[in-house]
Design a protein around this ligand. Structure first.
Ligand SMILES: NC(=O)C1=CN([C@@H]2O[C@H](COP(=O)(O)OP(=O)(O)OC[C@H]3O[C@@H](n4cnc5c(N)ncnc54)[C@H](OP(=O)(O)O)[C@@H]3O)[C@@H](O)[C@H]2O)C=CC1
Length: 399
């Protein structure tokens, strides 16, 4: 796919909305504008105007349609989007210091300039327009992507993404199913493959422990690990045990029915641990790794963004570096590897994931699971979105 990406020469075609887009380009991107503007320059979106609880979520019909600013960008018409824990946290202001620095490295804007902010990282939709350097996609292609958290999100009718962050949607998934996957799948991929070093060639028979196995990242990770022939032990609550078994977990441990450490002592040590829970798990989980055999513990729950929120950019980065460095060193001397992993927005990794999905390797349970997770966040953690669920699931242009 990477080869194809670089070889295929596909030029962008301007859409009929091009004229109004050029008008819209005079407006700052991601802004809400007056209702007197022609309808073709505005779009519906869920936005926040300040950080807080669910009450800050607001539905508007008047967000500026985003425009292409760089030649490698693509405009996607959103057919389906979804909500992840990061959106819930960002709604409350989590990571604002670092994300604002990334949005505005030169500090040109004043405080609060990030609003109105559109949340939502996942998108499945159709390419509307491509920048001049975009070679791999053309208008009309069905694509999926996960948008990095410092960019305007996907809970809107259109979203602009970098061409390198986009991939052709798996043919076997509908848009709604596809939109449940990119963010968690890319996070799991980053932790397992890029940081953990596991792949389809070196995983057979490896013993893998997944903490927080019933969540978005965990359920995807189980399926990838099983597709690569690993032996998977999943830690989750009792009510999710049937789900994770269906996804392929070999052993299931209920973290609510007793001490997880005690339950794990009866099992053989592990080659790889993926920690989606964090906190106190770090103090005991590494004891269950094989020693001096290259076994690795990867956690997705890191204080990276929190440190910068608390201490500012420079001190936060310093603190983060010292923390991860000292922990990695300490565990290295004890014969195991300690790593942090982060979500990576990558069309290339999504190409690999789409291939696995279309091969049915993460079996159809993934699709079932995606739909199960979707109402979970939507219903319990992002209640107001339910008031206009059709707009959340599928953004329709009001006639
Ligand atoms: N570093 C990064 O770039 C990223 C980090 N993350 C982080 O990774 C973590 C997982 O993300 P995601 O899967 O999307 O989140 P979810 O909320 O979907 O999943 C978390 C799961 O953990 C389970 N859980 C909670 N406490 C425990 C426990 N003590 N032992 C075992 N399981 C437990 C929950 O199950 P139940 O509700 O049944 O108790 C839930 O299903 C989150 O903390 C998230 O913030 C995610 C994406 C990117």
């Amino acid at each position: 796919m990477g080869f194809l990406r670089s070889c295929m020469l596909r030029r962008s075609a301007r859409t009929a909305a091009g004229f109004w887009r050029s008008q819209a380009a005079r407006q700052p991107p991601g802004r809400e504008i007056s209702t007197t503007c022609p309808r073709s320059t505005v779009m519906p979106a869920w936005v926040i105007d300040k950080y807080g609880k669910n009450e800050v979520l607001r539905f508007t019909q008047n967000m500026m349609i985003p425009v292409i600013h760089y030649p490698n960008e693509v405009i996607i018409k959103v057919h389906a989007a979804s909500v992840n824990p990061i959106d819930v946290n960002m709604r409350s202001g989590y990571g604002a210091t670092a994300l604002n620095m990334k949005r505005d490295p030169l500090h040109i804007k004043t405080k609060g300039e990030e609003f109105p902010l559109t949340l939502g990282r996942d998108v499945s939709g159709v390419v509307m327009e491509c920048g001049l350097d975009v070679r791999y996609f053309k208008p009309g292609d069905e694509v999926w992507a996960a948008v990095p958290p410092w960019k305007q999100g996907t809970l809107s009718e259109f979203v602009v993404v970098n061409g390198n962050e986009v991939s052709l949607k798996p043919k076997s998934l509908t848009h709604t199913q596809a939109a449940s996957l990119p963010y968690v799948a890319l996070t799991a991929w980053s932790a397992i493959n890029k940081v953990g070093g596991l792949n389809d060639k070196n995983c057979t028979g490896k013993r893998v422990l997944i903490l927080g196995a019933s969540g978005g990242v965990g359920t995807f990770a189980i399926q990838v690990m099983k597709a690569w022939d690993a032996h998977v032990t999943a830690v989750c609550s009792q009510d999710a045990s049937e789900l994770v078994r269906k996804l392929g977990a070999d052993d299931v441990i209920d973290y609510k029915s007793g001490n997880v450490e005690e339950q794990l002592k009866s099992l053989k040590p592990f080659d790889f641990i993926l920690d989606n829970v964090g906190g106190s798990t770090e103090t005991w989980a590494l004891n269950f790794l094989k020693k001096w055999s290259g076994a690795t513990y990867v956690t997705l729950v890191t204080p990276f963004l929190l440190n910068m929120d608390r201490l500012g950019i420079a001190d936060g980065m310093l603190q983060t570096g010292v923390t991860v460095g000292s922990k990695a060193l300490k565990h290295f001397w004890q014969g195991v590897h300690y790593r942090w992993a982060f979500f990576m927005a990558s069309g290339l990794y999504l190409d690999d994931i789409a291939k696995l999905v279309d091969e049915g390797k993460p079996r159809n349970y993934m699709i079932e699971n995606g739909l199960l997770l979707f109402p979970k966040f939507c219903g319990f953690r992002f209640g107001p979105l339910l008031k206009k669920p059709f707009l959340f699931l599928k953004f329709q242009r009001p006639s």
